[in-house]
Design a protein around this ligand. Structure first.
Ligand SMILES: Cc1cc2nc3c(=O)[nH]c(=O)nc-3n(C[C@H](O)[C@H](O)[C@H](O)COP(=O)(O)OP(=O)(O)OC[C@H]3O[C@@H](n4cnc5c(N)ncnc54)[C@H](O)[C@@H]3O)c2cc1C
Length: 238
């Protein structure tokens, strides 16, 4: 379905690292936000002076639907033209927003395991917050990998959520930094690491989003554990 492009204004922009930022936008006309489902994405347009689209890219919505009544949150990795413009955006800047789109969603199964690398966390943050906010009885396990702790921009939030919710297991992973006091994992995903947290592989559904090499690797590990990856593993490719 073709959705119209609506003008949204930036209300806040926080950049915890040199290449990652959290940006909040809301409808510029003060009208209601559109409804969306956790895991969906929007198309963000750079607009010309007449309000026409000059350039467009897709971004997953990082906030949960029930907490996005006034506006939405995105997580951006600055790597090219539009993400660079969003990274440097100031409150009041206007962008076109079109959506929601996408079918990436939380599976029906009771046990769901998420594998994310870098900015691939954004759809999972929306999904996990949505499940926890509605007190769902799903057992959720999140593997969240980044080069350094700074790159895990929602790390503190997930630690808190895991403390408050016994059915949410949070596994932070660092690939390029070693810390004195680290209650997480190091390195690439492998069988042993995943087995420390996932007890029965065939019992769960799996979602992944992140760098292509990471996703290929996760798929290999799950296949080797006998998971039906065609039916039980879904990926969002950026
Ligand atoms: C469904 C979906 C959801 C997504 N969600 C997110 C999200 O939540 N957060 C997020 O950050 N991204 C997300 N993306 C990716 C996003 O849509 C963009 O692809 C990304 O931001 C890059 O767009 P850009 O215009 O900034 O970069 P572009 O200008 O299109 O550049 C793309 C790539 O080319 C490289 N490049 C650009 N210029 C040059 C040059 N001169 N020489 C060499 N290399 C160059 C850049 O480094 C970059 O890697 C999503 C994509 C999809 C499909």
């Amino acid at each position: 379905m073709i959705q119209s492009i609506r003008k949204f204004k930036v209300t806040k922009n926080e950049c915890p690292t040199k290449e990652l930022c959290r940006i909040w936008l809301e409808p510029a006309d003060g009208e209601a936000m559109f409804e969306f489902k956790q895991g969906q994405f929007v198309m963000v347009h750079e607009l010309d002076s007449e309000g026409n689209s000059k350039y467009v890219r897709s971004y997953s919505i990082a906030s949960a639907p029930s907490e996005s009544v006034a506006g939405l949150e995105l997580g951006i990795k600055s790597q090219g033209r539009l993400s660079g413009i969003l990274f440097n955006a100031k409150p009041g800047d206007i962008f076109g927003v079109q959506g929601p789109y996408g079918m990436f969603s939380v599976p029906e199964d009771k046990k769901v395991v998420f594998f994310s690398g870098g900015v691939g966390i954004t759809p999972f943050r929306s999904m996990i917050r949505a499940e926890l906010l509605k007190k769902s009885d799903k057992q959720l396990t999140l593997f969240y990998s980044g080069r350094t702790i700074e790159d895990l921009i929602y790390h503190k939030e997930f630690l808190e959520l895991a403390k408050e919710n016994p059915n949410f297991i949070y596994v932070p992973i660092l690939t390029r930094e070693h810390l004195e006091d680290w209650d997480g994992e190091y390195g690439r995903f492998d069988d042993d690491m995943i087995k420390r947290y996932v007890k029965d592989f065939k019992d769960a559904s799996y979602l992944m989003c992140g760098p292509v090499l990471m996703m290929d690797h996760v798929k290999e590990v799950l296949e080797s554990e006998g998971v039906d990856v065609k039916g039980k593993l879904k990926a969002e490719r950026y």
